[in-house]
Design a protein around this ligand. Structure first.
Ligand code: ZN
Length: 852
């Protein structure tokens, strides 16, 4: 009976397989009702996802996985494309890749066998920037051709490559953009970008999140694709402006971040020039290499530190799916590294101008994708050998620095843990000492976190933990500097305010590897309090505790004076929570969940205090969308601050006192805030900014008690319109006299000012298109030191900042204006400055009183 059953089941399966052959492959144009890239037509996300599923159902060369949901709850999908044999043995190939990525337990003979057997892993990601929409459309045709064609070219690719295709790294944005396009098609606004961020929180900055990994889409891509497959080749498809080259292809220009393995740097050149050559062979003009984009920041290049190349192409844009016409005369002559009208080695075949359609972009991208896949297939052994070589070099590293140490003794341990968790997301191996040890002659206690650099992703850890010395380049000897494409500094310990030690000589320590970095639980010191619980203001998590306590109706104070109780020093700003009903349990929960220590005291603290209340926060949101608004919103939500978005019409309407205690103007130019989008370019409801009436209402509201917080360039608005006793001393300083583009600088804080409560004497800020305040009234909360403030990155003309205000508090009428002259909350990375913003939010409503 049993035997028979064994025989019957495979037989049934075999019959089913024969009886129901895969359905016929659906062509994109049949599924969509139009050709991919057709003028005025865009497939939306539902159509794209459903098309990929239908290909999966009909082909044994493609397998579609939903990796999870996006920020707004939409499916995030990955298509795996290869020969049916490879797909059946996918797990085997994944393991090969895994073993080559970490060759510590691998003999050279075995490595050779694995290289012979393994496949090149290629990841192509589309339309992370959702208005750069062509590649999301192209992805369907690319998948269809790989699934349907039987040419030698396709066979070679399918046999040698495991191709991971992400039709969009930001599906929510595809939905927003296709909705907007369809709504405005045939109107005067056709082809414009939506007047809001195309990612719920971070808009265009979703492509600057590749080491901090804060957003859901980055998490899915890193955890479920990069860290699983370790692709040798990652190709990210973008679009740029319309008046220059038709397609940018690597190599990148200098500087390349020095921790990117030199072999990998040559691979970028190798692949990039192969793609360019293929395009030109097929008669595609306007291809430019070695221009515009540098290879400095790791924020866009996760794979450069994980054994693979990360290349991008940038195609000239149409107006979404609407064609444009660019004449020869309209082409830009001043490109970064080329002239669109002149043939040079890196731009050998200029485009002559004319019409430019969505389909043109699709065509260029298809050729580029096939060139990339063919290169990966034809040079399979080379890509695998190089991948192994890079991994092997990493695990055999023998030069200083040897490790980074993160001690448990921190001003803000939960933030130190957050930093370690960021590294861990990038597969960095982190250990914890189980016995005391000595490194560079200095003793360290058990419990110290150790990040040895001799590990597969040691260069990733090193890049993020060390100080950057940006190799500035000049336009010509003695000429103005070339600005970096992005920022110049990314030192996480400085950005986050975490004490980290570099070890320069070999050492031994008894330690255990940590799979997960857990936040150590906090304690309640001194048992049940008779009078109050005290909490240090140093940790960012203390803000979470305060918000949760206020939400539950408890009274919370900041002490205004330094005080000593039971020989324990409590500096000004210490959080005081007077004993109340059911408070003991609440405090225990907070201590445990947030890793905070509470101190119980049995008699009143000899100090005055600010009684805190939850501020009614308005976060200004312009239709001329600001990415900084999105990041600020993200940060407010992460730290559980309730807020309302405040739009132009809300500001113009006035009655702000009834609704808000504090209003934040995110980093945005005053003209964008005041004038917004010029009339005529968008539907009228999005045009016009807050206008003069809005500015007057804001000023009036401050006079009657409101607190206005302006971030970075928005500071210029109250400076220009409120007659404040302050000027921006960088105004009018020419670009060749001062620059600090995305650099980390030191500031000295007035720790007795409530906005600086919880800070030591100094902290670090991210300076980027910032301001420096010269005061003739009010007070400076943070000031640049008398000497060069540079900590990481690059600065020119540091003297322009010396002793100028970085963060100032300016009372005005019954209210106040608080100006931040640096980038806040810089891509959710500048933890070292978060509390300055959080304190400023409370400060607006805090009432000075005696402690109960
Ligand atoms: Zn882009």
């Amino acid at each position: 009976m049993r035997i028979r059953l064994y025989l019957v089941i495979p037989l049934i399966l075999a019959i089913t397989a024969i009886a129901s052959p895969k359905q016929e492959l659906p062509r994109p144009q049949h599924a969509l009702g139009f050709q991919v890239g057709e003028d005025y037509k865009l497939a939306d996300w539902e159509e794209i996802v459903s098309y990929f599923h239908s290909l999966d159902a009909a082909s044994d060369r493609i397998m579609v996985q939903e990796l999870g949901k996006t920020t707004m709850g939409n499916p995030f999908i990955l298509a795996i494309i290869s020969s049916s044999y490879n797909l059946k043995n996918l797990e085997r190939y994944r393991q090969i890749q895994q073993r080559l990525a970490d060759p510590r337990e691998l003999s050279p003979q075995e490595a050779e066998r694995l290289i012979a057997e393994g496949k090149t892993i290629v990841l192509i990601t589309c339309s992370i920037h959702s208005t750069e929409i062509a590649s999301s459309q192209m992805s369907m045709e690319l998948a269809y051709r790989l699934a349907s064609e039987d040419s030698p070219q396709v066979k070679e690719i399918l046999d040698n490559v495991i191709f991971l295709l992400v039709p969009s790294l930001n599906p929510d944005g595809i939905i927003m953009v296709t909705d907007w396009y369809r709504k405005t098609l045939g109107t005067p606004y056709e082809g414009t970008s939506p007047p809001y961020l195309y990612h719920k929180y971070v808009g265009h900055d979703n492509n600057r999140d590749w080491y901090m990994i804060t957003q859901q889409e980055t998490k899915l891509a890193v955890e479920k694709i990069h860290n699983v497959w370790h692709p040798q080749i990652v190709y990210d498809m973008h679009q740029m402006g319309s008046r220059g080259a038709r397609l940018f292809v690597p190599p990148f220009i200098d500087p390349i971040e020095p921790n990117v393995d030199p072999l990998l740097q040559t691979e970028i050149v190798w692949m990039g020039s192969a793609i360019a050559s293929e395009l030109i062979a097929q008669g595609k003009s306007g291809v430019v290499m070695a221009s515009i984009y540098d290879g400095w920041t790791p924020a866009r290049a996760y794979q450069h530190y994980h054994g693979g190349i990360r290349i991008l192409t940038e195609a000239a844009s149409a107006r979404l799916a609407s064609p444009i016409k660019v004449s020869w005369d309209q082409l830009a002559e001043e490109g970064r590294g080329y002239n669109a009208k002149k043939s040079t080695w890196n731009f050998p075949l200029p485009w002559k101008g004319g019409e430019w359609h969505l389909r043109d972009i699709v065509d260029y991208e298809l050729i580029a994708a096939f060139a990339c896949l063919r290169h990966a297939a034809r040079n399979r052994d080379r890509w695998l050998t190089n991948f192994y070589t890079i991994s092997k070099r990493a695990v055999e590293r023998k030069e200083p620095p040897f490790a980074f140490l993160v001690p448990l003794e921190q001003d803000d341990l939960p933030t130190a843990i957050a930093m370690l968790q960021v590294l861990r997301k990038g597969m960095v191996e982190i250990h914890q000492a189980i016995e005391p040890f000595t490194a560079d002659g200095i003793p360290y206690p058990a419990g110290t976190y150790v990040i040895p650099l001799t590990q597969p992703y040691g260069s990733y850890a090193k890049t993020l933990l060390e100080v950057q010395h940006y190799p500035v380049r000049y336009q010509y000897p003695g000429g103005p500097p070339l600005p970096p494409y992005d920022t110049t500094a990314h030192t996480l310990p400085l950005l986050m305010g975490v004490k980290t030690i570099t070890v320069m000589s070999p050492f031994t320590a008894k330690m255990e590897p940590l799979e997960e970095i857990l936040l150590p639980k906090g304690k309640v010191i001194g048992g049940t309090a008779k009078y109050a619980y005290l909490l240090s203001h140093q940790s960012n998590n203390s803000v979470l505790a305060v918000n949760r306590l206020l939400k539950d109706g408890y009274k919370v104070y900041w002490s205004t004076d330094d005080a000593t109780v039971d020989r324990q020093f409590f500096p000004a700003g210490t959080v005081v929570i007077p004993q109340a009903d059911e408070l003991d349990t609440k405090i225990k929960t907070l201590a445990s969940e947030l890793g905070l220590n509470f101190f119980s005291i049995n008699k009143a603290l000899p100090a005055r205090g600010y009684l805190l209340k939850t501020p009614r926060i308005g976060l200004y949101k312009s239709w001329s969308a600001s990415v900084n608004e999105g990041w600020t919103r993200w940060i407010l939500e992460q730290w559980e601050f309730p807020y309302q978005s405040l739009y132009d019409n809300g500001v113009r309407e006035g009655k702000l006192t009834e609704k808000f205690d504090v209003i934040i103007l995110p980093d945005q130019s005053p003209s964008a805030i005041i004038n917004g989008i010029p009339p005529g370019r968008y539907p009228p409801e999005y045009c016009g900014g807050m206008g003069k009436s809005g500015v007057d209402n804001l000023k009036q509201w401050v006079y009657s008690g409101g607190t206005l917080i302006a971030l970075n360039s928005a500071s210029q608005l109250p400076i220009e319109h409120f007659w404040l006793p302050v000027r921006n001393s960088l105004e009018g300083v020419p670009q060749n006299k001062f620059a600090a583009p995305g650099s980390i600088l030191k500031v000295v804080v007035d720790r007795l000012h409530p906005i600086a409560y919880g800070y030591p004497r100094e902290t670090n800020v991210m300076f980027w298109r910032g301001l420096a305040f010269e005061l003739s009234g009010g007070s400076a909360v943070a000031t640049y030191p008398p000497a060069n403030p540079l900590l990481s990155g690059w600065i020119m003309g540091a003297e322009h900042l010396c002793q100028k205000g970085a963060l100032v508090d300016l009372p005005l009428g019954k209210g106040r204006v608080i100006l931040f002259g640096f980038r806040m909350p810089y891509r959710a990375q500048s933890y070292a400055t978060f509390k300055l913003l959080f304190n400023a939010l409370y400060y607006g409503t805090a009432a000075l009183t005696t402690l109960p």
